[in-house]
Design a binder for this molecule. Structure first.
Ligand code: HEC
Length: 386
């Protein structure tokens, strides 16, 4: 006998049935500190060993719920207290919009806590050694044998009694297991730590070299690195220090025809409407009107703004004044703006502006329909069988 600390007894069996029988016998005799090792999972083993459900689930549940609560609290604090901001008209605490993040944080904390909890509480991390590691017993049970190990600090443990029981159950080999002389923590071995450090240095060094040096050597060339000025940027090249330049006086950019009545309040002659309304151009006009004009002028140009007083309400476009305007004048107002109404020339193309004009004309006609308009509609519906 040696004077190492005694861990317990192990026994090897040849068949799954024998090991299940052995586990049943041990648990029914009242042993609790024993474990079974098999080359593959065996059905019915949990019952035979009378295993209680793992407590790991409670850790997962606790941290999962904390994750949900933390995420919701954090979003509540940032979005409702620290920096309240109306987004798309939603309330500050918009639960449906917060669900994805709450879900993600729940899953994150639940999974991390499960793994960390398992290692620390159940596997006694950082202790990652066990007296069974490296024994013949463990080698056999990971090949073709079925093994059972009883710890000596089980209350009922008695060396001769347990040996006799293993014998009667048909064990092929019974072994005594001792703790190793010195506790070793492979994790804290200099070799392992050195390996980790080397690995960290090599990966970070390589990443740095590839992303910051290699990619900028010939033949790689990056368009973003050419000499250029981006909008709003300051420039030392020009005397006035502005990066953005106005066109040279007296010149016109290619493909650009300046608007001839720019800045005029009431040009003596207006442009002539070049578009004969078709169904497509009416639909285009409607779309553009609803996008750019309706927020202020209302969906039917009644002047019922949706801006709730954030911008002065415009007049209705059904006044005699507007109805008497020539098409070109409405085009001019859209292109040039009028008093506090800004120009919509940069948002809409020339074609779209004429389409809007035609649509406004259609709205006006609809509001002031004559008997002949109504007769025409009746005729058309009759022809369509409605
Ligand atoms: C930001 C709000 C706003 C938008 C958007 C807007 N308008 Fe106006 N519009 C006004 C206001 C305000 C006036 C009155 C300006 C004034 O005092 O002369 C006006 C005036 C007009 C007039 C002249 C009415 C008159 O009696 O003199 C026309 C025509 C007109 N808008 C058409 C349009 C069209 C077409 C669009 C879409 C391209 C449009 N507006 C987009 C605010 C708007």
């Amino acid at each position: 006998m040696n004077n190492k600390k005694f861990y317990g007894l192990t026994a090897l069996f040849n068949t799954p049935n024998e090991i299940i029988k052995a586990a049943k016998k041990l648990s029914s005799e009242g042993y609790t500190k024993f474990d079974v090792h098999t080359p593959y999972p065996l059905h019915g083993m949990d019952d035979a060993m009378r295993l209680k459900p793992s407590k790991l689930g409670y850790i997962t549940l606790f941290f999962g719920l904390s994750g949900a609560a933390l995420a919701l609290l954090f979003m509540y604090w940032t979005m409702s207290i620290d920096y309240p901001m109306v987004i798309g008209g939603k309330p500050f605490f918009a639960l449906p919009a917060f669900i994805p993040i709450a879900f993600e944080v729940t899953v994150l904390l639940a999974t991390l806590s499960t793994v960390i909890g398992m290692l620390t509480f159940f596997f006694n991390f950082p202790n990652n050694n066990h007296p069974l590691i490296g024994t013949d017993y463990l080698r056999s049970v990971s090949v073709d044998k079925f093994g059972i190990a009883i710890e000596s600090d089980d209350e009922k443990f008695n060396n001769t009694a347990v040996r006799a029981m293993f014998g009667s159950l048909g064990a092929v080999k019974v072994e005594e297991i001792y703790y190793p002389d010195t506790e070793t923590f492979p994790l804290f071995q200099k070799k392992f730590i050195f390996l980790l450090l080397t690995f960290a240095v090599i990966t970070s060094g390589t990443t740095y070299f590839v992303l910051n040096k290699l990619m900028f050597m010939q033949p790689f060339s990056w368009m973003m690195l050419q000499d250029k000025l981006i909008p709003q940027e300051k420039s030392e090249f020009f005397a006035d220090g502005f990066g953005m330049r106005v066109p040279v006086e007296g010149t016109i950019a290619r493909g650009h025809k300046p608007y001839e009545f720019k800045g005029e309040v009431n040009p003596s002659s207006f442009l002539i409407n070049p578009i004969v309304p078709s169904k497509e151009s009416m639909m285009l006009g409607k779309k553009k009107f609803l996008t750019f004009c309706s927020p202020c002028h209302g969906n039917f140009a009644d002047g019922d703004s949706r801006l709730r007083g954030q911008f002065p309400n415009p007049p209705t476009l059904h006044t005699k004044r507007v109805r008497d305007m020539v098409d070109g004048q409405i085009f001019h107002i859209i292109t040039n703006g009028q008093n506090i109404m800004a120009s919509y020339a940069s948002q809409t193309s020339v074609e779209e502006r004429w389409a809007i004009v035609n649509y406004v004309r259609a709205l006006e006609r609809a509001k002031n329909a004559t008997q002949s308009d109504l007769d025409e509609i009746k005729k058309e519906s009759a022809a369509n069988g409605k």
